[in-house]
Design a protein around this ligand. Sequence first.
Ligand code: HEC
Length: 141
Amino acid sequence: MKKVLLTSLVTLVLSGASLNAYDLKINMQLLNADLNIVKEGFMTSDKEGVGIAIERLAKHTEELLGNQEKFAKMLPAKKKNKAKEAKMSAQIIAHNIQIIRDAIVNKFNQSETIRREEAQRAYTYIEHACFRCHNIVRDVE
Ligand code: HEC
């Protein structure tokens, strides 16, 4: 197992892929895993599970997307000008995570139905922020 990992890492480095690109992929996979757990919580109406999962997503989003310069370093040269999208996406995601938190603690004294719907909508806006940036960085101009 170790040998396989080492071999693929060496191949990756030798193939000219930068370690930054490798970091970016690993971190993105982590965000995806976090988001999948959030989704599972919503699909099974597991409020506690959602609460735990969004905190993990909040932390990892801020770490990866919150710092524009750090994110720029991970992008290929041609895409560096897209780094400002990272900060904006991080803000959109943080804003919607706060909506979910408020719904869970019933900050605005709303019915269970309304809170559930608002939190679910906020979840889809988070997903939309992921797609939005992917479309920008993946579109060939
Ligand atoms: C600011 C831009 C940006 C945002 C926001 C963003 N991503 Fe990414 N994502 C990238 C870039 C750049 C790549 C690497 C290049 C590519 O795959 O096109 C990537 C790649 C990925 C990949 C593929 C990784 C691989 O193994 O190749 C996944 C999965 C992913 N992102 C998930 C997410 C999820 C989930 C979110 C939202 C929570 C998200 N991303 C938000 C820019 C972003």
